[in-house]
Design a protein around this ligand. Structure first.
Ligand SMILES: Cc1ncc(COP(=O)(O)O)c(C=O)c1O
Length: 365
């Protein structure tokens, strides 16, 4: 039995007719930019998260740029960011003229820790960007206690909860989401959002997404054109009510892997601080990840090494890499491998994956 790396089609199948009807409704309504569906989705997501403000934007990268600017980050400021993450996390800092300062992660959780952040703080640090990588939750409160505002890059963590039930995206001064189609809450094209409980940040981000204006007549800031489409917002309003059940499915898939004995062959990702991650990607560690991936491919099982070259070793980030020594990052980059994960990955598929891992996971774990 082939098992794909992820499966976005099966969970959406029961909603297909409703989505098509809603798309037709928006086409017929003729309002495509910043209309009632965007406002409705912003209200729905704020209520779902339990926060005051959500501002819909064009994608998760713009969400980071606008959130950083909304928090007052500008040219010359330092922003601490992990090196083991998707490129957009650091790119969003550099593109506004600020300096990414790379910090290490704990390879067991794939997230930053108060210690790795403290080691990267400078006198010019304006914001710490934590990344809830793969759906795990970074320890935001302990990091905020270091005295610098925290921005959560929650692109991969929609639906993840802390041990005391709060949602990723409500823990720092502001947070960003991506609704890239393969994300936990996926749109049907690019889409993103900024969430915050801070009125001033929300107001600034709202203006920044709209050319720095409230009314397109007077322009108070040099802004961006970064708006969430009505069509995407309308469809996201239909899928958002299913996010929690899909995330339960992701957690059940992780439990299937556990029950099938995956941990006997490879190192499993560990939820940080007792949280309930909505695993966006299920990333294991092994001493020979390329060899393991090749073996899985032979067995028809999807796998992928996402961040084999961490950001501080990327060409475009050379000006900010300095002599950073990030041993946890290097270990994660060397050993990680994402294996199949989706809301509908069942026990039979998990057994198949574990049997294939067992057959080809030679050497130490
Ligand atoms: C951690 C992280 N941050 C930011 C982004 C950027 O999101 P988008 O692709 O919607 O611009 C992504 C998306 O892949 C991501 O995984």
């Amino acid at each position: 039995m082939a098992v794909p790396l992820f499966d976005t089609r099966t969970p959406l199948a029961p909603l297909r007719d409703a989505l098509a009807a809603k798309a037709a409704e928006v086409l017929d309504a003729g309002r495509y930019i910043l209309g009632p569906e965007v406002a409705g989705f912003e209200r729905d997501l704020a209520a779902h998260l339990g926060t005051d403000h959500v501002v819909g934007v064009a994608n998760g990268t713009d969400a980071l740029v606008l959130a950083l600017r909304g928090m007052g980050v500008g040219p010359g400021d330092d922003v601490v960011v992990p090196s083991f993450t998707f490129y957009a996390s650091a790119e969003a800092i550099a593109v506004i003229g600020a300096n990414p300062v790379f910090c290490d992660i704990d390879p067991v959780t794939f997230c930053v820790t108060p210690e790795t952040v403290r080691a990267a703080l400078t006198r010019e640090t304006k914001v710490v960007m934590v990344v809830h990588l793969f759906g795990n939750i970074a320890p935001v409160e302990a990091i905020a206690a270091l005295g610098v505002p925290v921005l959560e890059d929650a692109a991969q963590a929609a639906g993840s909860r802390t041990a005391d039930g709060r949602r990723a995206g409500t823990l720092g001064a502001a947070a960003t989401f991506s609704f890239f189609p393969s994300k936990n809450l996926g749109a049907f094209g690019d889409a993103g959002a900024v969430a915050t409980g801070d009125d001033a940040i929300a107001e600034r981000v709202r203006m920044l997404r709209f050319h720095g204006s409230r009314d397109k007549v007077s322009f108070e800031l040099v802004g961006h054109n970064s708006r969430l489409d009505e069509l995407q917002a309308a469809l996201l309003r239909l899928t958002l009510p299913h996010l929690d059940e899909w995330c339960d499915g992701r957690r059940a898939a992780a439990a299937h892997y556990d029950a099938a004995g995956l941990g006997d062959h490879v190192k499993l990702p560990r939820p940080a601080d007792g949280c309930a991650p909505a695993w966006h990607l299920y990333v294991i560690r092994h001493e020979q990840p390329d060899q393991l991936g090749d073996g899985l491919k032979q067995a028809g099982i999807g796998s992928k090494r996402y961040y084999a070259v961490p950001l501080h070793r990327q060409v475009a980030m050379r000006p900010w890499a300095g002599g950073a020594e990030l041993p946890g990052t290097d270990e994660a980059a060397r050993t990680h491998l994402a294996i199949p994960m989706s809301p509908v990955l069942d026990r039979a598929q998990a057994d198949e994956v574990v049997a294939a891992v067992k057959a080809c996971a030679s050497g130490s774990t």
